[in-house]
Design a protein around this ligand. Structure first.
Ligand SMILES: [Zn+2]
Length: 475
């Protein structure tokens, strides 16, 4: 090989690396305290070398000639946060706002749980992020939702029979989704076929426990992840079967959606009356044993109680004006609330939180989740995940336990090869640098010193600039 040939080979390699977004220089982050979220151990005076988006060296006194230096100033380094239940594709330009909002809030990974974009367009965005062409958190596409007809949202996969369930799972596997998501109006027979078919394809089954299906049935069917929390207090009620029967009979009689909503709305009062601690402990022990992961989305309840941030708050001002206007219009879910549900809301929320604390204590694995989406009023990309973590602490988890649900549990559940919620050599460099020890309180998450995503460092200056840009766009 001639010298010139070798040089041009190098040039080509460099260009390819640039195209792939890998041309960034090594980065040396100095003088940080590494937080082990699993054990609570703190290791002071550490330096961290990042190369090609991966942690290449970690320890005291590391030097690296030519590396870009980032002074850690004694800050606390944690793994990047995950929001395990979001919707960033519910409107045309949503990722333009959502992606920076996640990074600003220290969230370097999101799982999308249902989209209105075609899968090809979702995958294109996912791969632009992966190659570094677009700045954003890591995205897992888990929105292959399957519902009974007519479907709760436009564009869902629909299945009314076991045969249809099997064929839908075949399509989901062929399209390359990360999981099958069950939805509310599947019949039990169709749901069980869906669970079996997902298992045969090696795809996890995550999603809603369908309204006519008992939680115990879903545990036995091998459901891997369940979205939202309401079915847990319901399964802690001595009347769960009766409530399910009422709905099944109405569905069989061909009752309209209004009647079905009415039956479901009546459940809150029944659950408050018949919630049983011993029964609850039994259900939760079975969930923990089965490893059924829960994405609680407790923050959603705030919307139903009418909690609203002011129009002048940064989180509101960073939204596109059209989204703010849409959120001001009456919402179909609020309109479906009966006076009875409204009157019981505080008690229902308190019972949810008590059941949540019991679930955590029982060892039910939890994935911190917000349900943020432009289609879900007052659930904010980024901010709502931090609100959700505060709710966990309010319900009795320690800050470390709450952080675990957002840093360690998600990558392990998603079975990612390069991420497991530890800060170690060989792991993907998705990290957050904090001014204070987060194990003493999570308030420090609100103003990170720096966020590192796939090795790219966004210092406070860069994060402020991203905020300013969103405020400008939200005018
Ligand atoms: Zn959702």
């Amino acid at each position: 090989m001639t010298r010139q040939h070798a040089t041009s080979q190098l040039l080509i390699a460099a260009c390819l690396a640039m195209v792939a977004g890998l041309a960034q220089a090594d980065t040396l982050v100095t003088n940080v305290t590494v937080v082990d979220v699993e054990t609570g151990d703190l290791t002071e005076g550490q330096s961290l070398l990042i190369r090609d988006g991966v942690i290449a060296a970690l320890g005291p006194g590391i030097e690296a000639d030519g590396a870009t230096r980032v002074e850690g100033a004694g800050g606390y380094l944690i793994p990047g946060l995950w929001d395990s239940h979001v919707h960033i594709f519910s409107s045309e330009k949503e990722p333009d706002t959502a992606l920076p909002l996640y990074l600003i809030n220290g969230i370097t990974g999101i799982r999308d749980m249902g989209a209105l974009w075609p899968i090809a367009d979702q995958k294109a965005l996912q791969s632009r992020i992966e190659t570094g062409a677009l700045l954003g958190p890591r995205v897992i596409l888990s929105g292959a939702w399957v519902d009974g007809r007519p479907g709760s949202w436009p564009g869902m996969f629909l299945a009314d029979t076991p045969e249809e369930a099997r064929s839908v799972v075949g399509r989901i596997a062929a399209e390359g989704w990360a999981a099958v998501k069950s939805y509310s109006m599947l019949t039990e027979e169709t749901y069980l076929a869906l669970a079996e078919a997902a298992g045969n394809e090696g795809l996890p089954l995550v999603g809603h426990i369908p309204e006519p299906v008992a939680l115990g049935t879903a545990i036995a069917a091998g459901q891997d992840g369940m979205e939202h929390f309401g079915r847990i207090p319901m399964a802690c009620s001595t009347k769960e079967e009766k409530m399910l029967d009422d709905l099944r009979m109405a569905m069989q009689d061909g009752a309209g959606q209004a009647r079905l909503f009415e039956i479901m709305a009546a459940r809150n009062a029944i659950i408050l009356d018949s919630w049983d601690a011993a029964l609850c402990a039994d259900v939760l022990a079975r969930m923990a044993e089965a490893g059924l992961h829960v994405s609680p989305t407790l923050v959603v309840a705030g919307f139903y109680t009418g909690a609203r941030p002011g129009a002048d708050t940064p989180r509101m001002r960073m939204l596109p004006a059209a989204v703010r206007a849409a959120w001001d219009r009456p919402d179909f879910r609020l309109q479906a609330m009966t006076e009875e549900v409204r009157a019981l809301a505080d008690k229902s929320i308190a019972l949810d939180r008590r059941s949540f604390a019991m679930a955590h204590a029982a060892g039910v694995p939890i994935l911190a989740s917000s349900d943020a989406s432009f289609a879900n009023p007052f659930l904010f990309h980024g901010f709502s995940l931090l609100d959700e973590l505060d709710i966990y602490v309010g319900a009795g988890l320690t800050p470390r336990e709450a952080l675990f649900t957002a840093t360690v549990a998600p990558p392990r559940f998603f079975d990612l090869p390069d991420q497991d919620g530890t800060i170690a050599v060989g792991r993907r460099a998705d990290l957050v640098l904090l001014a204070a020890n987060p194990l003493d309180g999570l308030a420090t998450l609100r103003t990170p010193m720096a966020v590192i995503v796939a090795g790219q460092v966004l210092d406070r200056f860069a994060l402020d600039a991203m905020e300013a840009e969103l405020l400008q766009a939200g005018q």
